[in-house]
Design a protein around this ligand. Structure first.
Ligand SMILES: *Cc1c(COP(=O)(O)O)cnc(C)c1O
Length: 819
């Protein structure tokens, strides 16, 4: 069956939508839910979805990007753009889902549906690797598995596809039925089931029943009995079932799992015979995902020999883009796992978010996109590069160079990766952002290695998606219309400067705040255009503050007078922020100074009070709730007096992170989100609802065996009465790993084991007691991550997460990940 052509009027019919059309023949190929990510605007249909923000607000932006077709739920928006097609529906998300379901129903390809708590994306990608020789496969991009991601994934199905592999994730009861109707899997795979509360269910059984709804009409169901003890066998879905387990009877009964060097050898009983396979991975999660793929291929009828051959060749899956510091002041975005047009669009969006260098270069291999001829494919890519303001393309591969004339920008072409590497010295890369994006077979890892600075062996990894997740978490907590000021002082709590600011700007926070003028200037130099408040503006920096459009916090009459003095040299009205001391007793005006302050401001038209604010001293602590209330009231009173005199109303704000979580009445016009963005909120039990944003890793330099009575480190503080084994790692107090962690107080994770420090922490090194554990030089040691978390570390040395984070020194390299 050929791919149907959807004109906007056909879509209106499919959705039974009320249509206001100017061109009913407009052909729709792309469904857009985010006005920031647009591929081909002429053939795109924008859905004004209501999630954290009202999607109608972004129609204007989508229009500016060239989109002329819209699905809306509020009629009045159709008035603003008379040259556009509008479809009015009751529920935009349902419309997206119905359209995808309709599309799905036009094809009868084989479809695999995957759900579970973990491993969905890896299993999907590996099945793709394992089956790509036999099928023309369409699959979910990245981990598109939500109520929105699933319809977008299924919409990609094309006439050539013979197999679809889609993942489904749910976060609440009653979500799966819709997803099941869109995917309609013939084959179902349940990966595993984790804790219920983490995903918004009250019990594991409830969660399991909901997940299994995906498989209601499947012909074949692949699962492990270990995960479904709550369900009776007769209630399991699937005409045929195929099970795997390492602890109980199953079709694929795993009997031995052994890691030898970088490989895992697995033995199992299948059809009464012993079979085996070797995975090129050794971590627990990969082993389980590998076994699931093994079971799936056997269930599909492949012989054990054939499956073993294919599994041996599996390759590492990473859905993440990596942003690193490059040579000659470049920034490098490394994305060499997949190369199809949808992942290229995502990578280009990320490139476009980077404002630190005006010049943007893309190093691109040829793509292997099915269902499109090369001329169309490269024309589309050329359009994308233009739309995303890319300045230079370096194309690698003999196909892409044939279409050189399509690309209207600076270009260079090489036949293959080797040719590029040979020509590397002749190419210039300097002060630019470079996206390295290639299909796996081009081995672009070699290119990004050439372009990036050598990564020291201690790195802080920052998960930008987790940070966006945390931002959305707080967005959902603030009342509509309340603005968000993101606190990026102290190098964004240790996580980075322009990298984080770029992300926050892209995700449309309203304000940024830094501690010192220098921090603000660095952000301006990196292209950040959001308003920025400076909390401790030094008088010597006033001119620089004005020159860089930074907005000073004014906390005393003296600082106000001296700022007015400087600003009088300029002829514009300048924004300032007035800090009120409502009980912190750090900086700010107290009640007695307001008359004086008002008198000065009233007489002076050269500054405009952009906001009036104060700071809560104990917003997370129940025992001080009385005081917090008092602060909010006091602030209300003082600010009211000031507003009376000013005659206009500046933004009012008082709530920090835990203020947002606990004090709805403290939200006012704006909130100041700090540590919550980075994954911590002492008002939440165990930071529930927040994601871990940072992982600090280092490397083992040497392993030594000590005899009984020998000592470790300075002053012989580390004693080993019975001897043992120590590992030296490349992090010390100069990197921010406090001396207080020494002598067994702190612990690190090596190869899955928590091991204590031994002896004192040195400036650049730390010794760990690894007695009885397999460790070798080069192994990774985790200082903190999600399991071994910063809360724990803070407790060990009697401090708070803020201090652990901001102590990590600048010499520790930051690497950013983005999906
Ligand atoms: C640092 C800071 C914040 C943010 O506090 P968190 O507890 O990290 O949310 C808010 N307001 C002011 C004035 C600050 O200095």
């Amino acid at each position: 069956m050929p791919k149907p052509i959807y004109t906007i009027s056909i879509i209106a019919e499919i959705l039974s939508a009320e249509a206001k059309l100017v061109d009913g023949q407009n052909v729709i190929e792309y469904l857009v839910i985010d006005s920031r990510s647009v591929l081909v605007p002429e053939n795109s249909l924008f859905f004004a979805l209501n999630s954290h923000r009202d999607g109608h607000e972004f129609i204007k932006d989508a229009y500016t990007k060239g989109i002329r077709n819209f699905i809306i739920t509020e009629k009045k928006y159709a008035e603003d753009h008379p040259d556009c097609n509008f479809l009015l529906v009751k529920d935009a998300l349902k419309a997206l889902q119905s359209l995808a379901t309709y599309h799905r129903n036009q094809f009868d390809l084989k479809v695999i549906g995957i759900t579970g708590s973990n491993g969905k994306t890896i299993v999907k990608e590996w099945l793709y690797q394992l089956l790509a020789t036999d099928f023309d496969i369409v699959r979910s991009p990245k981990s598109y598995n939500s109520q929105i991601g699933v319809p977008l994934s299924v919409w990609q199905i094309d006439a050539d596809n013979s197999l679809g592999i889609f993942e489904a994730g749910i976060s609440a009861a009653n979500e799966m039925e819709t997803i099941a109707t869109i995917i309609q899997p013939e084959i179902g795979i349940l990966t595993n089931i984790g804790e219920a509360h983490a995903e918004g269910f009250s019990s594991k059984k409830e969660k399991l029943i909901e997940k299994l709804k995906l498989f209601k009409n499947t012909d074949l169901f692949i699962y492990s009995p270990d995960y479904i003890s709550e369900i009776e066998l007769k209630d399991l879905p699937g005409n045929k079932k195929f099970s795997w387990s390492g602890i109980q009877a199953a079709d694929l009964r795993i009997i031995e799992v052994e890691n030898i060097q970088e490989h895992c050898h697995i033995k199992a009983i299948y059809l009464d015979k012993e079979i085996e396979c070797t995975l090129p991975f050794v971590d627990k999660a990969s082993i389980e995902d590998g076994i699931i793929c093994w079971a799936t291929l056997l269930a599909l009828g492949y012989t054990p020999e054939e499956v073993a051959l294919r599994i041996k060749k599996l390759s590492h899956v990473t859905m993440r883009l990596e942003l690193k510091n490059g040579i000659n002041q470049c920034s490098v975005i490394d994305d060499s796992y997949s190369a199809d047009i949808s992942s290229l669009a995502i990578a280009l969006d990320f490139l476009n978010q980077q404002n630190q260098h005006p010049k943007k270069t893309v190093i691109l291999s040829e793509l292997f996109e099915t269902g499109k001829n090369d001329a169309d494919l490269y024309a589309e890519i050329a359009g994308l590069l233009k739309q995303k303001n890319v300045n230079r393309l370096i194309g690698i591969g003999t196909h892409i160079s044939k279409f050189a004339s399509l690309f209207k920008l600076e270009t260079q072409f090489f036949d293959d990766t080797d040719a590029f590497i040979e020509g590397f010295v002749g190419l210039s890369f300097s002060h630019e952002t470079i996206l390295v994006k290639g299909a796996r077979r081009f081995e672009f890892g070699r290119i990004s290695k050439l372009l990036t600075q050598k990564i020291h062996d201690t790195v802080l990894e920052i998960d930008l998606n987790a940070m966006v997740g945390n931002l959305q978490f707080y967005r959902s907590k603030v009342k509509p219309g309340v603005k968000i000021m993101a606190m990026v002082k102290a190098f964004s709590y240790g996580s980075g400067s322009f990298e984080i600011a770029n992300l926050l700007q892209f995700h449309k926070v309203d304000y940024l705040a830094v501690a010192y003028a220098d921090e603000g200037i660095a952000l301006r130099k990196a292209g950040i255009t959001l308003p920025i408040m400076v909390m401790s503006p030094e008088e010597s920096a006033f001119d620089a503050i004005i020159e860089h459009h930074l907005e000073p916090e004014i906390y005393s009459i003296e600082i106000l007078n001296s700022f007015l003095n400087v600003v009088s040299n300029y002829d514009f009205i300048y924004p300032i922020h007035i800090k009120i001391d409502s009980g912190m007793h750090r900086l700010g005006f107290d009640g007695s100074e307001i008359d004086n302050l008002s008198a000065i401001l009233k007489d002076n038209q050269q500054v405009k009070v952009q906001s009036i604010f104060s700071h809560l001293v104990a917003s997370s602590e129940v025992e001080h709730d009385g005081f917090t209330k008092h602060q909010i009231e006091e602030f209300g009173k003082i600010s009211a007096e000031l507003i009376q005199v000013l005659g206009y109303k500046p933004l009012l704000h008082i709530a920090n992170t835990s203020g947002i979580s606990r004090w709805a009445e403290g939200q006012m016009d704006m909130v100041r989100l700090g540590i919550g963005l980075y994954g911590f909120d002492s008002a939440l039990i165990n930071n529930r609802g927040l994601q871990t944003t940072m992982v600090l890793k280092t490397t083992v330099t040497q392993v030594k065996t000590l005899k009984a009575g020998e000592t470790v480190g300075y002053s012989r503080r580390g004693v080993m009465p019975n001897g043992g084994k120590i590992a030296t790692v490349k992090i010390g107090y100069a990197d921010g790993y406090s001396r207080a962690f020494g002598n067994g107080v702190g612990e690190m994770l090596i190869n899955g084991h928590l091991v204590p420090t031994i002896g004192s922490i040195c400036m650049d090194m730390t010794m760990l007691d690894v007695s009885g554990i397999e460790v070798k030089a080069g192994d990774e040691a985790i200082v903190f991550n999600q399991e071994h978390n910063i809360m724990e570390l803070a407790k060990q040395i009697n401090t708070i997460p803020y201090e652990i984070l901001t102590n990590i020194s600048q010499r520790v390299k930051r690497v950013y990940f983005y999906e």
